[in-house]
Structure formats: C-alpha cells, structure tokens
Design a protein around this ligand. Structure first.
Ligand code: ATP
Length: 602
C-alpha cells in the first residue's frame, strides 16, 4: 500500500495555537469541570497561603516598630508566637494546596490521555495517512505532560503570584502611596518586555515540540524496521538523518532558551532596579521622620514579594503558553471526527448474517490520490459460503476491495451490500464484527500466545482458545514451548517462525467465528511442512464461511469456487482455474509467474 510521507512537522504545523486560544481554554475547562470540588479546595488553600504570606511582612514591620523600640519582651513574645501561628497556617494550607493542585494535574492529564487515545483508536485510515504515528504518540506523551505541568503546578503558581502581587500592591498603597507610585512607574517598564518576549517563547516552544516529534517519529519508524535498515546497511544514513532532526530540535530549543534567558535577566534587572530605587526614596523618608522603620521594612518585604511575583509570573507565562500549544494539539485530535461513522439510525444487519456480499458498480479513489480510480466500475457478487480467490498483478486493487468491504473507506459511487444491507447504512462496527481478517503479515501483539489468540474474541473460554489453536494446527508447537499458551511473545512475535505466526493469526480468526473471511495469503515461502500445516489451518478456517482470498498459492486457487482476475481496478475475468487456464489470458500468465509450486502439483 502506498504511504504518505509528509514533510517534517507538516502535520502539526497546520494548527496554529494562536488562533485557537479560546478553544484551548475551553478544552482544559471541559476536563477540569468534573472536579469542581478539588478546584474549590485548591483555591481556598491558595487564598489562605497567599494571605498568610502577605501577613508576615506586616507582622515583621510591627515587631521592628513596637518590639524593638519599647524593648518590651512580652510584646516580642506575642508577635513571634503570632508569627509562628501564621507560619503554621501557611504550612498546612501549602500542604493542602500542593496536594489538591497536583492531584488535579494528574487527574486531568489522565483524562486527556484517555480522550486522545480513545479518539485516535477510532479514526479512519485517512487520518493515519496524514499524520505520522510518532507525531500522534508525542501528543499522548509530551503534550499531555506539558499540560500536566500547567494544571498541576504552573496555573496555581501563577494564581498564587497574582494574589501576592495584587494583595501586596494594596497593602503597599496603604503603607506609603508615595513609594508605591515609584513602584507603579516601574511596572509597565517591566511588563511590556515580558509580553513581547513571552510571545516569542511561545512560538519557539511550538516549533521545538514539532522538531522533537519529527525526531521521535523517525526513531519510531527505523527502530521498528531495524532489520531492514541493517540489511540495506543504511545505519550511517539513518544516523545522519536522525542527527539532523536532533540538531534541528536542539537549535530551536537553544533559540527558545536564549529568548527565555533574556526574558529572565531583563525581569531581574527591572524588578530589582526598581526595588533599589524604592529603598533609596524610603530610606530618605525614614531619615527625615516621614515614615517609621517598621513600615519601611514591611514595605520593602512587600516590594520584594511583589517583584518576585512578577518575575515568577514571567517564567510561568511562557509555560502557560507552551501548554496552550500542547492543549491545541490534543484538542485537535479529540475534535477530529472519524470519516467513517455510523449513520444516525443504522440499519441492523440480519441476525445471523448469512454472508452474501455484493459490490455494485463501485468506483473508488484513495483520498490522497483523488484522480486515480483504484476501483473502476467494480461489480462482484459472492454468495453465502462461497470461496472466491482474487488474483491480479501488484497494484490491481485487490487489497482495496478488502478495505472497502470492511468500510475503512466509502466508494465514490456504487454500493457494497452485505446480506442486502448497504454498508454505509449500517454501523461500521456491526459490519466489521461479521468479518475475520487474516493479513499477509501476521499481526502479533507483545502479549502471551493465549492473549494473542483471544484477541479474536475476548470473552472466549480457555477451552475455546485451545480448540482454536488445535484447529489452526498450532497446538503442537505451542505445547513444545516452555510456558505453553502462556508463552510471552516479544514485540511483533519475533520469537516465532513465519508459519507459526500465521497459525496464531489463523487461530485468532477461527476463534472470532465470523461469517465472512477476508484472507490475504502470505507471499513469503514456507517450508513444505509449515506450508502443509498452514494450508490445513486455512481449510479449517474457510469451512462454511464466505471467503474472499487474495491468493498466492496454487492450492488456494484450485480450491476456490471462482477466481476473479483483477487488473487496474477492473475485473478482467472470472472462472475456475481450468477455465481461465485455457483462455491463455492474464490469468494464465499470472499463474505461470505467481504460483511457483504449479509445475510440481498441477
Ligand atoms: N492508502 C492509500 N492511499 C493512496 N493510494 C493507495 C493506498 N493504498 C493503495 N493505494 C494505491 O491503490 C492501488 C491499488 O492498491 P492495492 O493495495 O489495492 O493493490 P493490490 O492489488 O492489493 O496490490 P498488491 O498485490 O501489491 O498488494 C495501488 O496503485 C496503490 O498504490
């Protein structure tokens, strides 16, 4: 099958977070809103911590003015005890705030991960042609982690600093309006560069995430096909390709870091410069008796708190923006509707389904190549229980017929019916439930043999799984494995031979027990013994089912009730092996080439 190969970062570049800001917030809110109680607890704790923090300088100022000047030990004791009380409240509230906020972050991200995965797993093949799997996975991992940081910490840090900032300003105004006016002149000077550089950080963060996604997508692909890479001795090529991606990511990350470093340095310079100015003016006021030493002390601590809050806000601002980008990437997946959906009122398939299949004048082009008609006026009726072998040169459209029958795509025109019900009127799940598919490359999951077979039918009893393995001629080799059915198969079943994998896949299809069987015969040659076992397993699988088989073996075409010969999306001939062989057309030529075992058997 042809695969799209989008340019690096292409998939995610389409979605500019700037334009989706409002939606992004809505997305997060829809995930936060079920946890209103926790939000309330976190907010309450946050307000308590901010107020206690703000009370400390005031108390310190009072100690300076009252305690020191009178030299009264009792007053000192009361104030310090009071201070201890405030610190205690601060500690308890901080505990609650930290716990509640982190819990929220973890909870929301768990929910977002599930929502993204739940959507991804239902999307149509077109989506996966347009988005690389590495990019999709990075939304599940990297992007959700960024969101977690924000919900589970940055947002509360930001809120805490905003409260400190506002509360601090109010108390400062009450303490010394003159000194505050000095501070206020400094604020815009501090804030504008923050906003400007903050925007730049956001843009670079998005780019940086995309570049990392490029690198991991490449690694994902090549590690998955490491043997092919090594067979073609392309290690150096892949190394340098990967290095390019990584260096690219590094370059963008460093650019981002540079801007952030500027941002932080600028904030420090502005804020502490302003504090210095305030101290200067304040010290003159105390010296001339216009202000008490305690008030200046308190004011200064507030100024430091407010300055710290502004500085921290600028740090967090970048993070919030990064999360906005991440949220939009997650939202984008959650909002993607599968191309293939059940109609509002799906027509139920008969119960039980007989397995009559009808292709009527089907015209189809893949969405990525709308001008090329992969199937052109394709008509074929297959009756219940019939075995039809489909043969044709590579690219004739054989696999496409299977794709359409499982309704992974809809035809441009014409229709496909199962037991008289048009596929697009039925629920795709209902349609697919009637089919067992055995792929050319057996799909083996990193799980036990038992679980791999059970994938065909999750609720099967142990006995049913064993029976399916027996019917698929797999029981013997399984019993020879050290852990039998419980044997753990590595990723992609690398521990099994080709024939063994095929028999596991066949056992899975047998267990599924669907009325329609779609079989894409493996082209890879097996040794005679395995071939015999696989054939016996297939015979058992085809029994009593409507079978469409993309045939690569002579035994299969000989057994088929009819052979459909396809070329360039058309049916060019239909008949039995003998009939077609005599015509000396495309089939005879194909048979000569494809069925290597022909001369020996026929
Ligand atoms: N997802 C896709 N997007 C775009 N074009 C595709 C896609 N899958 C297949 N095609 C194209 O459609 C045509 C038919 O492909 P199909 O896989 O059905 O052929 P086939 O007869 O099964 O070939 P083979 O025996 O090599 O598997 C080919 O030209 C192929 O390049």
């Amino acid at each position: 099958m042809a695969r799209g190969n989008p340019a690096p970062g292409a998939a995610s570049d389409e979605f500019e977070p700037e334009k989706k800001n409002v939606k992004e917030l809505r997305l997060l809110w829809s995930f936060l809103s079920p946890y209103r109680k926790s939000i309330f607890v976190a907010l309450a704790a946050l307000i308590v911590t901010a107020s206690s923090t703000l009370a400390i300088p005031k108390a310190a100022g009072r100690i300076v003015d009252v305690g020191f000047s009178d030299g009264n030990l009792d007053i000192i004791n009361v104030y310090f005890l009071g201070l201890l009380g405030i610190v205690f409240i601060l500690a308890v509230a901080t505990f609650i705030r930290y716990y509640a906020v982190t819990w929220l972050g973890e909870r929301v991200v768990a929910d977002i991960r599930k929502a993204v995965y739940n959507r991804v797993i239902t999307l149509s093949p077109t989506f996966f042609e347009q988005n690389r799997s590495g990019d999709i996975i990075s939304r599940l991992t990297t992007d959700t982690t960024v969101i977690q940081t924000v919900v589970g910490s940055s947002a509360s840090v930001a809120l805490r600093h905003i409260l400190t900032f506002l509360g601090g300003l109010i108390i400062m105004a009450m303490t010394s309006p003159k000194l505050l006016s000095v501070v206020l002149v400094a604020v815009p000077v501090v804030v504008f560069p923050i906003i400007f550089l903050g925007r730049k950080v956001k843009k670079l963060s998005k780019q940086s995430q995309d570049r990392i996604a490029d690198a991991s997508a490449t690694a994902n692909e090549t590690v998955g096909a490491v043997q092919t890479v090594q067979s073609y001795t392309r290690e150096h090529y892949e190394q340098s390709r990967f290095a390019d991606f990584v260096e690219n990511a590094f370059g963008v990350a460093i650019k981002r870091t540079r801007v952030r470093a500027w941002l932080t340095a600028l904030v420090i310079l502005m804020v502490f410069g302003a504090v210095d100015l305030v101290l200067w003016v304040g010290a003159s006021d105390v010296a001339s008796g216009r202000m008490s030493g305690g008030d200046l002390t308190a004011f200064l601590i507030y100024a430091v708190l407010v300055a710290g809050a502004v500085g921290a806000l600028s740090e967090v601002y970048g993070e919030l923006q990064r999360a906005a980008g991440a949220a939009s990437r997650c939202l984008e997946i959650i909002a993607t509707e599968p191309d293939i959906r059940a109609p509002e009122a799906p027509v139920p398939l008969p119960n039980p389904v007989q397995g009559n299949i009808d292709f009527r004048h089907v015209v189809f082009a893949y969405p990525s190549q709308p001008d090329i008609k992969t199937l052109d006026n394709f008509s074929l009726s297959v009756s219940k229980g019939e075995t039809v072998a489909v043969v044709g040169p590579s690219g004739a459209g054989k696999s496409t017929v299977f794709q359409l029958l499982q309704r992974f795509y809809d035809p441009l025109s014409g229709e496909i019916l199962i037991d008289g019900v048009p596929l697009n009127k039925a629920d795709p799940e209902d349609v697919r439930r009637q089919m067992s598919v055995v792929h050319q490359e057996s799909v083996i999951f990193a799980a036990s043999i038992e679980e791999n077979i059970r994938y065909g039918r999750i609720d099967a009893t142990e006995e049913m799984v064993r029976e399916a393995a027996r019917a698929a001629q797999a029981d013997e080799f399984i019993s020879r494995l050290p852990d039998g059915m419980e044997t753990w198969l590595g990723e992609r079943g690398t521990r099994l031979s080709g024939g063994q994998k095929q028999r596991i896949a066949i056992a899975r299809a047998i267990l599924r027990d669907a009325p329609v069987l779609l079989l894409d015969e493996a082209t890879s040659a097996l040794d005679a013994e395995s071939e015999k076992l696989v054939q016996a397993a297939l015979d058992r699988l085809m029994e009593g089912r409507t079978t469409l088989v993309i045939a690569h073996r002579l035994a299969t075409v000989l057994q088929a009730d009819r052979i459909v010969v396809m070329d360039k999306g058309h049916i060019v001939d239909i008949g039995t092996h003998q009939e077609l062989q005599q015509k000396d057309g495309l089939y005879a030529r194909l048979a000569e080439l494809q069925f290597a075992d022909m001369r020996e058997t026929a």
